[in-house]
Design a protein around this ligand. Structure first.
Ligand code: GLY
Length: 348
């Protein structure tokens, strides 16, 4: 059975369909499917069989966070121009969070913006990245620093695609599910703590995470308030990804280590108990997520925190758990307070 959840944003609403892809995905204009080499090898034929459009073209990108850059956007745009896409055309993002973010960005700037559809194939993209219209690419200064908000026309979440994910990819998506539970829903956290996420329990976790994500996006589409809580673990995690050249860790793995750092800061500031910190660590470990990043240089790590998009007036804004199930944004911390946390991740 296919379930439908509507995301009611200010200017447009769009549906998230959870379940099998429809047998016919119909489009009025031309379609450009953008995917990566890995997904293309496994699932592209299945998708192309469903698409009914005037014309359908395909652009295959390299797989990996290190390709989430301006060159990949350039490739998509060139393919779109070569095949004479116009404002009636639609781009389809078929892949994980990287593909979704790049395609959303390309669709948002092509001819000042055309429609795009998200068909996420990873757990991380299904529960988080494909919903809410955040698009971005990385540059040498940091992660997701170039981008825009461009909501998709529809999101198709088909759990069938998760069958071919590696264990690491699955764990990476679970990190984002845990993030949502810690920030917004203590009962969900308690429930997650008791599950081995697979089969029907994974499906339930996907559904609950999507409902949380939808609520947050509807309340705060442009991330002026509550949506910032979805960045728990990301302030630190993005620096970890940048320091390791986007090659060593999957996004969810970096977020997992980032949540551990955020928790330490929250404990030091009195927002989280040591017992709660331990419980969050346990659930990350249980899902085979890394929990310790050794900071090579504290000063350089500290400076990189200043490039986060949530910052204002050169103040780093951390999103910290305030017990489990609530959050607190935290600015105005002194360098000494932040360094005290970073020190715990530095062996020297
Ligand atoms: N992935 C975080 C957000 O969409 O706000």
């Amino acid at each position: 059975m296919v379930q439908r959840i509507d995301v009611e944003c200010k200017n447009e609403s769009y549906p998230i369909f959870i379940g099998e892809l429809p047998q016919k995905l119909e489009f009025e204009g031309s379609v450009l499917v953008v995917t990566n080499s890995k997904v293309a090898g496994i699932h592209l034929r299945t998708l192309l069989q469903c698409i009914y459009a005037k014309e359908c073209f395909v652009c295959v990108l390299e797989d990996g966070e290190e390709y989430k850059n301006i060159q990949s956007v350039q490739r998509i745009l060139e393919t779109a121009f070569i095949h004479k896409l116009d404002r009636q055309s639609t781009m389809i993002a078929f892949g994980g969070g990287v593909v979704g973010d790049i395609v959303g960005f390309a669709a948002g700037i092509f001819m000042r913006g055309i429609s795009f559809v998200q068909i996420p194939t990873t757990l991380l993209a299904q529960v988080d990245a494909s919903i809410g219209g955040k698009t971005a690419i990385n540059n040498k200064f940091g992660k997701n620093l170039i981008g825009l908000f461009h909501q998709p026309k529809a999101v198709y979440v088909n759990p069938f695609f998760l069958g071919t994910l590696s264990h690491r990819e699955k764990s990476s998506g679970i990190a984002e599910i845990i993030k949502m539970a810690v920030m917004f829903d203590k009962d969900f956290f308690e429930w997650l703590s008791m599950q081995n996420l697979q089969g029907s329990s994974l499906l339930e976790a996907i559904m609950r995470a999507i409902l949380i994500k939808k609520e947050v996006v509807v309340k705060d589409e442009l991330e002026r308030g509550v949506r910032m809580a979805l960045n728990y673990g990301h302030t630190f995690g993005h620096v970890i990804e940048k320091e390791t050249q986007y090659k060593q860790y999957l996004h969810g793995e970096a977020v997992s280590m980032g949540m551990i750092m955020a928790n330490r800061l929250a404990v030091q500031l009195g927002y989280l108990s040591v017992d709660e910190e331990f419980r969050i660590q346990k659930i990350l470990e249980k899902n085979d997520l890394p929990i310790y990043y050794k900071i090579p240089s504290m000063e350089s790590f500290y400076q990189s925190l200043f490039l986060d998009k949530k910052n204002e007036n050169h103040q780093i804004r951390f999103i910290l758990p305030h017990n489990i199930g609530r959050f607190i944004p935290c600015t105005h911390l002194s360098k000494a307070e932040i360094m005290r946390t970073l020190e715990e991740f530095c062996d020297d």
